[in-house]
Ligand binder design. Structure first.
Ligand code: HAM
Length: 414
């Protein structure tokens, strides 16, 4: 028989971890709803062209997309991120603006798997379309920041930059190309290849030999026009007013090409530097238009669920809790009573499990113990005949009692 394993970079999320994932998303849903963001769900797969806006020159589009021809001959791809799909949705549905939405789910990138970097990974994502008010930027960052605070993460830092307007960004890109070309001998081989495709991304190199060249490179701030400088200043004033600590990081460029003006990253304190970005985002004011919609500004961020949970483990916060049961039913009369009692108690709102396979009393009591339930409800032939059950506290001590079957739910609820 063939033995199957998960594909590289894809994992089973087992109990109790999978429950923690659900709680993580639920916690984010609360934070997002508190700020007026509604849940949105877009398809896992889109026309591959939707993701062209992420950047034809990026690794994500060039090398990492799960792209294939479907049975109808369509060129499709699994989403490598949410933002392009959200903009496609906006262009298609034309909702009222500002459109404030959040999403959660899996994304796919064919990357080299390692701790904190997977081929299937989950993100929670938040987007605002239809306003370029700098205080939208501040609100978006604040929602992300508050979520990390709520998880209990102490070591997250916020890095922020502005990439300027498209024309300013383009001038900066040209200046970088000239500068790095003049210093090409000092660059790593990887960075030389990056330079040919996208000079901005050279700034993102983590290779030690590139550091001195990068340190002397032009910075974007020299290219800001009046408007983008004022916009960025207002974003920072908003963060100051909220007391959110940040570091302006003029070398912060992100791995996606659609960004203009505000960009930011939430860095964790415990992972390797190549995987320490727990989340990131920024403005993508031209993306809806590039997807055939009306000119619409947009900003948002995504937080990596996998990575942020690693950071939670490292910092000892937001733990995975085993399933908490109220009651474990033990039935030595064949199992039919356990079936009935379990459903009755579940209908009354209790969390109930039971043993199967008509095991011995001893084996069922062991299972009750292992389950961690607060009470065991025990039915033997005497109880069955008398229409009663024994209720035994399993965790908090105290005496067991005999309860009439009709009163069982009420007794356990109190
Ligand atoms: P991103 O920086 O590509 O941005 O991804 C955001 C986060 O997703 C990263 O900080 C990281 O935590 C997680 N992530 C990315 N790739 C992987 C991977 N291979 N394995 C595990 N985690 C990963 C975006 O995706 C943009 N769409 C964010 C955005 C929203 N910008 C505006 N709106």
């Amino acid at each position: 028989m063939p033995q199957f394993q998960t594909s590289p970079g894809m994992r089973d999320i087992l109990p109790p971890d999978a429950d923690r994932w659900r709680r993580f998303v639920a916690a984010f849903a609360d934070v997002a709803a508190a700020a007026g963001y509604a849940a949105l769900a877009t398809p896992l797969m889109e026309d591959a062209g939707v993701f062209a806006g992420v950047g034809e020159a990026t690794d994500i589009v060039q090398k990492e997309m799960y792209r294939f021809t479907d049975n109808g001959g369509r060129d499709v791809a699994l989403r490598p991120e949410f933002t392009a799909g959200v903009c496609r949705s906006f262009a298609q549905q034309r909702p009222v603006t500002p459109w404030k939405v959040w999403l959660a789910g899996s994304n796919f990138r064919y990357e080299k798997p390692q701790r904190g970097r997977y081929r299937q990974f989950d993100q929670i994502d938040l987007e605002v379309l239809g306003s370029d008010d700098p205080f939208v930027d501040a609100e978006v960052v604040a929602v992300g920041w508050r979520f990390f605070q709520q998880l209990g993460l102490q070591q997250v830092t916020l890095l922020i930059n502005s990439l300027g307007e498209p024309a300013e960004r383009a001038a900066f890109n040209d200046a970088l190309r000239d500068y790095f070309t003049a210093n090409i001998d000092a660059l790593s081989e990887d960075s030389r290849a990056t330079l040919a495709r996208n000079p901005l991304r050279v700034l993102d190199s983590k290779r030690r030999e590139d550091a001195p060249v990068i340190a002397g490179a032009p910075t974007i701030a020299d290219f800001y026009g009046e408007e983008s400088a004022a916009h960025f200043a207002s974003v920072l004033a908003g963060l100051d007013r909220l007391g959110i600590p940040y570091t302006v990081s003029p070398r912060l460029v992100r791995g996606l090409d659609y960004y203009v003006r505000t960009t930011f990253e939430f860095a964790g304190g415990t992972l390797d530097s190549a995987q320490n970005a727990l989340g990131g985002g920024g403005r993508y004011d031209g993306l809806v238009e590039a997807l055939g919609g009306p000119a619409t500004p947009g900003i948002g961020f995504a937080i990596g669920v996998d990575r942020t949970l690693i950071a939670c483990d490292d910092e000892g916060v937001f733990p995975a809790d085993p399933l908490e049961l109220d009651v474990f039913v033990v039935d030595t009369t064949g199992g039919l009573e356990a079936l009935a009692i379990s459903e009755e108690l579940r209908a009354a709102g209790l969390r109930v499990d039971r043993a199967f396979d008509n095991r011995s009393m001893k084996s069922q009591m062991k299972a009750a113990d292992r389950s961690g339930a607060r009470f065991a409800v025990i039915v033997g032939s005497d109880e069955l005949a008398a229409g009663t059950a024994v209720v035994r506290p399993m965790r908090d001590g105290g005496d067991q009692s005999v309860v009439a079957r009709a009163d069982l739910a009420a007794a356990l609820q109190s």
